[in-house]
Design a protein around this ligand. Structure first.
Ligand SMILES: *Cc1c(COP(=O)(O)O)cnc(C)c1O
Length: 224
């Protein structure tokens, strides 16, 4: 399938989700997750009108960045080892996986500008998932204040892989409610206006529940 055709299907689905939830599709940013695919395929995505690319590993990000430079807006979406921060910090526009203070400290140290970060939240409590526990988000963000190179632009979650729509909806609602609580604090360093949630399997529900960034790999660029 051409990326352009997949993109059209996704935009149609987004439009329906927006009608359902009284939202404006322009508030939603589609991040093409290119971790499974070639540089050629990533280029095809950009040619189809995609602006945002996401990678979950340092190696993948670096390889794609070498080819595409700063043409796309780059999102780092995977769990990030502290020692790898220095290799990606000058290449990324957003880091979606801020999940511990040691990582915040390293980002702050290595950055020569303010980095837009999203705090990853483990909403479902699955043990295999990274992320801050829901009740820890507020104290975690309080601590981030000491790192002037970090701006908390929003929250991110990965929902469990399931077809249980009601359960997914609960997860997304929970993240949205935490996000609103932080946003209402009006912290200068943590505007927290973004909600990065929704993947190939669940982006429609995520949008109905307020996602502003969806991270779509398989359904947009495929898996190889
Ligand atoms: C791989 C990945 C995605 C995209 O997954 P698909 O199911 O292929 O759409 C989104 N977010 C993160 C953090 C990922 O690692």
């Amino acid at each position: 399938m051409k990326v352009a055709d997949n993109l059209q299907t996704i935009k149609d689905t987004i439009a329906k989700a927006c009608v359902q939830s009284n939202r404006n599709p322009e508030e939603i940013r589609i991040i093409a997750v290119t971790k499974y695919v070639s540089i050629e395929r990533a280029k095809e995505a950009l040619d189809s009108g995609v602006v945002d690319l996401g990678e979950n590993r340092e190696e993948g990000l670096t390889a794609k960045w070498d080819a595409l430079q700063d043409k796309p807006t780059w999102h780092f979406i995977g769990s990030l080892q502290t020692r790898k921060v220095k290799n990606i910090i000058d290449k990324v526009d957003y880091i979606h996986s801020l999940d511990r203070l040691s990582l915040a400290k390293e980002i702050d140290k290595r950055a020569n500008r303010r980095i837009k970060c999203l705090v990853q939240v483990n909403v479902s409590g699955e043990e295999t998932k990274h992320g801050v526990a829901p009740e820890e988000v507020r104290p975690f963000i309080d601590e981030i204040k000491q790192y002037p190179n970090i701006e908390v632009v929003g929250l991110m979650t990965m929902a469990p892989y399931t077809d249980d729509q009601a359960f997914l909806r609960e997860c997304f609602k929970k993240l949205k409610s935490i996000q609103l609580n932080i946003k209402q604090l009006k912290l200068e360093y943590a505007p927290c206006t973004e909600l990065s949630m929704g993947m190939s399997n669940d982006y429609r529900v995520a949008i109905e529940e307020g996602a502003t960034m969806v991270r779509i790999g398989t359904a947009l660029v495929g898996e190889e």
